[in-house]
Design a protein around this ligand. Structure first.
Ligand code: HEM
Ligand SMILES: *[C@@H]1O[C@H](CO)[C@@H](O)[C@H](O)[C@H]1NC(C)=O
Ligand SMILES: *[C@@H]1O[C@H](CO)[C@@H](O)[C@H](O)[C@H]1NC(C)=O
Ligand SMILES: *[C@@H]1O[C@H](CO)[C@@H](O)[C@H](O)[C@H]1NC(C)=O
Ligand SMILES: *[C@@H]1O[C@H](CO)[C@@H](O)[C@H](O)[C@H]1NC(C)=O
Length: 314
């Protein structure tokens, strides 16, 4: 438990995980109609160095930025305010290199999906092939993101429904949320669990008391400093593993929605399965991510290959 507390108190925002949220979350909110054929070799002829270039950029990033991936174990306490710029930077650099090599060919959405997969694999998670050839959206997703993303204070029924509407089963949902084995959440996302849970109990009784204590210390100033954040997986924050599910079984789930998955009879069996069997988690996660990556793919008509990933072509 001493180990646990020290990892809460010496919290570090991991640049790598910012990269992941920037990359993973947009994947879940794409829309469109008739899917063009996607293949893992889509760029083989038109941009043969696609994989090399992406791998090169992520590897460089890792070498340059010791706060990424495995180095998270160092856990020093600085918080870098320019973090979101870092994730953005990775995509921009990949896009710039790819535009030089093969202009107008590789979509930003394929860059995002492939980078997410590469980062997951590099931190110990499963490898899965990404079907390539998707186009980028013609409509800004900003407003859609809000309406499409689950929030930690939603009921499990509401969250299950949101995934169901998109065609994902409860088991697939539990597997996907396993992405919380990496990354972090800002104090505001769980502050009600530690400061004002209910009239009679300030702290959510489902939280491990020592963990709650550590989180309270960490977030003591969060209204003054809204960048304060805690790792989603307090035990192995930089490693893509099944520790997230083991944590849930011990009251070490950070978000109310995480913890609820270990209690709700619809989700608990899958949480218990993944906590006991990492292979089962990895297999299901890879399959579900594949399903996410082909979810409502854009055809040429309602999509384009952006020249810049932060703006439309016209
Ligand atoms: C039950 C549904 C879900 C809820 C309620 C939820 C909620 C959240 C919240 C509140 C955060 C913290 C954001 C912040 O403070 O900046 C977060 C982080 C994150 N979520 Fe989820 N999420 C859900 C499902 C998913 C899924 C399906 C994925 C990916 C497949 C995912 C990937 C991530 C990642 C990678 C982070 C870390 C962000 C970072 O380090 O910057 N989440 N999630
Ligand atoms: C924060 O990150 C930026 C971009 O990655 C870097 O240039 C800067 O030196 C970092 N600052 C600190 C205090 O680590
Ligand atoms: C859930 O959280 C969001 C964002 O923090 C807030 O706007 C909303 O009112 C909350 N909903 C409930 C039911 O507490
Ligand atoms: C909160 O703020 C107080 C006073 O500014 C400071 O002494 C303390 O170290 C801060 N705590 C954290 C966890 O940042
Ligand atoms: C774990 O899951 C995998 C994949 O479903 C399965 O092949 C294996 O037999 C399971 N291991 C145990 C110990 O149940």
């Amino acid at each position: 438990m001493a180990e646990l507390l020290s990892s809460i108190n010496m919290m570090k925002i991991n640049k790598f995980s910012v990269v992941l949220v920037t990359i993973l979350l947009p994947l879940l909110v794409v829309q469109s109609k008739r899917p063009p054929p996607l293949t893992k070799d889509y760029y083989k002829k038109s941009c043969p160095r696609f994989d090399d270039i992406l791998n090169g950029i992520i590897t460089t990033k890792q070498a340059e930025t010791p706060t990424t991936a495995a180095a998270v174990a160092e856990r020093d306490a600085d918080i870098n305010l320019s973090l979101p710029g870092d994730a953005f930077d990775l995509v921009t650099r990949a896009k710039t290199a790819l535009e030089l090599e093969c202009p107008g060919i590789v979509s930003c959405t394929d860059i995002l999906a492939t980078s997410a997969r590469n980062l997951i694999t590099m931190t110990g998670g499963p490898f899965y092939e990404i079907p390539l050839g998707r186009k980028d959206g013609l409509v800004s997703q900003a407003s859609r993101v809000l309406g499409n993303l689950a929030l930690p204070n939603m009921t499990m029924t509401h969250i299950i429904d949101m995934f169901k509407i998109k065609g994902f089963t409860v088991q697939e949902m539990v597997a996907l949320v396993g992405a919380h084995t990496i990354g972090f959440s800002h104090c505001s996302e769980f502050s009600n669990r530690i400061f004002h849970y209910s009239k009679t109990q300030p702290v959510d009784p489902k939280l491990n008391p020592k963990y709650a204590e550590g989180l309270k210390k960490l977030c003591a100033n969060y209204t003054k400093d809204p960048t304060m954040a805690a790792f989603n997986d307090v035990m192995t924050p930089g490693k893509f593993d099944n520790m997230y599910y083991k944590n849930l079984q011990r009251g070490l789930g950070l978000l109310a929605s995480d913890q609820a998955m270990a209690e709700d009879p619809r989700t608990k069996p899958t949480v218990d399965l993944y906590a006991a069997n990492e292979t089962a988690f990895f297999n299901d996660f890879a399959k579900a991510m594949l399903k996410v990556s082909i979810y409502k793919v854009r055809s040429d008509k309602d999509g384009e290959v952006r020249h810049r990933c932060d703006s439309f072509n016209k």
